[in-house]
Design a protein around this ligand. Sequence first.
Ligand SMILES: CC(C)(COP(=O)(O)OP(=O)(O)OC[C@H]1O[C@@H](n2cnc3c(N)ncnc32)[C@H](O)[C@@H]1OP(=O)(O)O)[C@@H](O)C(=O)NCCC(=O)NCCS
Length: 392
Amino acid sequence: MPTAVIIDAVRSPLGRRNGQLAGWHPADLAGEVLAGLVGRNDLDPVLVEDVIMGCVIQVGEQALNIGRNAVLAAGFPESVCATTVDRQCASSLQAVSFAAQGVMAGAYEVVVAAGVESTTRAPMGASMVPGLGAPFGPAMTARYAPVGGLVPQGIAAEAIADRWQLSRHDLDAYAVTSHQRAARASTEGRFAAQIIPMKVRDAQGHETGEVTSQDEGIRPLTTMESLGRLRPAFRLGGSITAGNSFQMADGAAAVLVMSEGRAEALGLVPRARLRAFAMAGVDPVTMLSGPIPATAKALERANLTLDDIGLIEMHESFASVVLAWARSLGLDMARVNVNGGAIALGHPLGCSGTRLVTTLVHQLENSGARYGLAAAGEVGGTANALVIERLG
Ligand SMILES: CC(C)(COP(=O)(O)OP(=O)(O)OC[C@H]1O[C@@H](n2cnc3c(N)ncnc32)[C@H](O)[C@@H]1OP(=O)(O)O)[C@@H](O)C(=O)NCCC(=O)NCCS
């Protein structure tokens, strides 16, 4: 079976909703990142057989296979194929798995896993079109009625905080750490090698002359006091606030995956090997506890234990989700999200999986750790995890 390797992993800087990337059509934003990826590796894009792109809100500017539209926006040859994947918050983590699995099956030699989302231009919820019905049909609704019915993600995050006995203090303290870690990583230039600088565009899409390579969401001055002033966002008397939840964001990321043999033939040096992939499903009401079994399953498939894993990128949908996962697995947080996560950097939904892998590849090299794990939970109760091994 061919070995799947990562040659490079890049991302745009992340923008706040209505922020620095708001003037970018998401297909062009993703196209810019794809062009940056092949450009900096001197790779002729004609060699890319497929682009597998995560995107969640596939409506408006993100409709009609944004993966293909991004390929054409990037100026790649028309022969380069693309597809768009929706596995909710881990869409592009799934894209990395699909890309690697395709290589391992011998179906691809060169493939790009990517992700994009503009929560500015295709806001969350926009794909639920008024007048066209609801996504949960009568059968699914009836199935979960006895346990109180299906709930929004924020309510699930509250339920997780209750079940794992996580206090508002615990959640806010985690959020402060996320901002502090992201601020330090940014100040120390730890993101520089993974970011493709983006030209800033105004609301009409015209370039303003500015270029950005900084993540916009980080609030270095976040304190327990400033977070303590925020009101619960989902439940009266609850503990989940805008400050201890992910921030809406815009961004794109891309990971170049090849067979080891093709990389060698092209003279490209692999940076990491894709070791194992796993998915797990849990009940869609608690919803976000899926990374607990997904992590365990990925480790088992990699024939590793948590002690072998030097770094973990665990999607920060909500502080309660990360803390419950860590508590269940008996993990200390010293090797988890060492450069912050979606609470500080933001969560451009379809982009976040490849953002996690990108940060992981680069941070494994910065730290010298050998194995890294990325995991994310998804709306609907599914979760993805994968294990990579640094080679460079
Ligand atoms: C959590 C959620 C309610 C936050 O709402 P939002 O409107 O995007 O939050 P904002 O980023 O605008 O922040 C709200 C306020 O908190 C403040 N805030 C956020 N983070 C802060 C921080 N670290 N320090 C201080 N204040 C902060 C903001 O400044 C803002 O204050 P303002 O209203 O005075 O401007 C929203 O993101 C949400 O609904 N998320 C879950 C969605 C979901 O279920 N998705 C399912 C599919 S993935």
